[in-house]
Design a protein around this ligand. Structure first.
Ligand code: NAD
Length: 352
């Protein structure tokens, strides 16, 4: 075995009610003029942040949207410059945190992330920007959050549909981290524990959506899985999701839920020991891919690309797009097999 592990992680504060410690985190960074970021749907969360910060909060930008369009970034930069912000606080999911990353990238504005979904972006140096319908992604240490506050209370009201799909999105990071070409034993341990925690939490939250113990477990899972994403390269699954989400405008977390069992089934024969560890972490009987399909089904997640808006006529183009760029994956990409994989995912058939 040979590896380099150069972990760069944000500071983390975790626990019920920890949002109240935000002013301490802001002061520790020496900031005095905070720009609060949120989506239009989470203004209430942003108002809680502003109230907590009092005079330290100088403005709120509430127009964060999915995929970080450059026009939105330009609008947010204009507000940040007008109020002379020296820190951003992003409260929300991957879309809002993505906007904070764009400000960090373009204007060196540091930020604190307060995640309210399980997507995991707060732990990664990965950014995405969409210009004229094309999403570009990259890695840059500049876009790593200075500090992350995980407060499980904030996700208690996360709708169950998004809870499940964003939890499966997190599991996808851990699954691919376990067979990443640049992985290592510590990352694998985090991934296994992240999968275990998230699988238990998803199953529990389906019947008890506000349960504080399951919410806390899901957020711990998100933290671990996000850390894996930030510290290892991703393979076929993330490539497929990026292609489908970006080129056919499909919803992010739902695409991950549909594709994950199929992408894992494609790779399973090449990494039997890792697949067995993933299956054990999921805690049930059967292969890892079949367990993930069963978990998504039981939790009411979408199972087919058809039901989330994909057109069957686009499957051939999607297959070609996957081959546009080479990237590491345990099993070499075979065109016919990928086309079949996409067909099964389109139909909602169990993974092969
Ligand atoms: P999201 O941020 O798009 O949120 C979806 C909706 O749910 C939004 O309207 C949001 O306001 C709302 N919401 C969020 N938390 C809520 C809560 N607790 N209660 C009620 N409503 C709530 O969804 P997401 O899945 O977190 O993020 C998806 C985006 O994040 C994608 O663009 C994806 O590419 C990106 N992402 C990036 C990384 C990375 O490392 N760069 C990692 C994962 C995801």
């Amino acid at each position: 075995m040979r590896f380099i592990f150069d972990a760069r992680l944000p500071r983390v504060r975790f626990g019920d009610g920890e949002l109240a410690r935000l002013p301490d985190e802001v002061s520790a960074l020496g900031a005095k003029r905070v720009l609060v970021l949120c989506t239009p749907q989470q203004l209430e969360h942003a108002q809680r942040v502003s109230t907590l910060l009092g005079q330290q909060a100088v403005a709120t930008f509430d127009q964060a949207v999915m995929h970080v369009p450059t026009e939105t970034v330009a609008d947010a930069i204009a507000v940040a410059e007008r109020v002379d912000a020296d820190l951003a606080v992003a409260i929300g999911g991957g879309s809002t945190i993505g906007l904070a990353k764009a400000l960090a990238l373009k204007r060196n504005l540091p930020f604190i992330a307060i995640p309210t979904t399980y997507a995991g972006s707060e732990m990664t140096p990965i950014y995405g920007l969409t210009e004229q319908g094309r999403k570009l992604t990259g890695r840059d240490p500049k876009v790593l959050a200075r500090s992350v506050i995980y407060d499980p209370e904030l996700s208690r009201e996360l709708p169950i549909g998004l809870t499940v799909t964003s939890g499966l999105n997190a599991i996808a990071h851990a699954v691919e981290g376990m067979y990443a070409s640049d992985g290592n034993p510590v990352i694998s341990l985090m991934a296994e524990e992240g999968i275990r925690a998230m699988a238990v939490a998803i199953a529990g939250l389906v019947t008890a959506p506000s349960d504080p113990v399951f919410r806390s477990q899901a957020l711990q899972g998100a933290w671990l899985c996000g850390t894996v994403l930030g510290n290892s390269g991703m393979g076929l699954h993330h490539k497929l999701c990026h292609t489908l989400g970006g080129s056919f405008n499909l919803p992010h977390a739902e695409v991950h839920s549909v594709i994950l069992p199929h992408a894992l089934a494609y790779n399973e024969p090449m990494v039997p020991d890792i697949a067995a560890r993933i299956a054990a972490a999921l805690g049930g009987a059967g292969t890892a891919s079949s367990q993930l399909f069963a978990l998504a089904k039981k939790a009411g997640a979408p199972l087919s690309l058809r039901e989330i808006g994909m057109r069957e006529a686009d499957l051939d183009q999607a297959t070609s797009l996957v081959f546009e760029q080479r990237y590491p994956n345990p099993r070499p990409l075979e065109e016919l097999a990928i086309r079949k994989l996409l067909q099964r995912a389109f139909d909602g058939s169990p993974p092969l």
